[in-house]
Design a protein around this ligand. Sequence first.
Ligand SMILES: *Cc1c(COP(=O)(O)O)cnc(C)c1O
Length: 223
Amino acid sequence: MTIKENLNNIQSQLPEHVTLVAVSKTKPISDLMEAYDAGQRIFGENKIQEMADKHTEMPKDIEWHMIGHVQRNKVKYMAEFVTLIHGIDSFKLLNEINKQASKHDRTIDCLLQLKIAKEDSKFGMSSKDVQELLISEAFKNLQNIKITGLMGMATFTDDTNQVKQEFERLKTTFDDLKSLESKNCELQIISMGMSGDYKLAIDCGSTMIRVGSSIFGTRNYSN
Ligand SMILES: *Cc1c(COP(=O)(O)O)cnc(C)c1O
């Protein structure tokens, strides 16, 4: 199957309210261009430098999503062009994004990453952390960021039931937080689901899926 066939296959099965982020980390520009030529305009990367390089080389009507763990000192390299940052896990990070966004006179949309997996390797905030952040005065003073939803990664396991429970927890938390909406928090996006679990994620309420290997094939980290 080609990249184009994979993309068309996935797109044709998606409900209209679900957005596909094509996760292109580690993949060469030629692969991304194949997806672009097939109509894909939203790409997800997990390293800021790699995303910035690809942004420079590729057509300018692409939306770039940062889906990885963000280092504060690198925010400046994407502040000018990034469309959505999925993995916010602290006020400090949000504050830095706000600062860099204001230098470019723009507002950057962000998702708070909720820790739903049991694995320690997966980062993210607790639902209590999220609530405290959203009601704080310091947060309300940030004028160059907007929280537009939540993101989560389920545990890497064959236990579908566990994955389902984790997705459901993200959806429930999202619904509970609706009452905390404010000028810079409008909750619309639930980013959950990857190649192995996106169908289940959609059944559990996902509105944005992040799919890599089912589009581009398996990743080779050794080169
Ligand atoms: C790599 C990655 C994905 C895509 O994973 P696949 O299993 O290849 O679809 C999705 N989300 C995040 C945060 C990732 O780092």
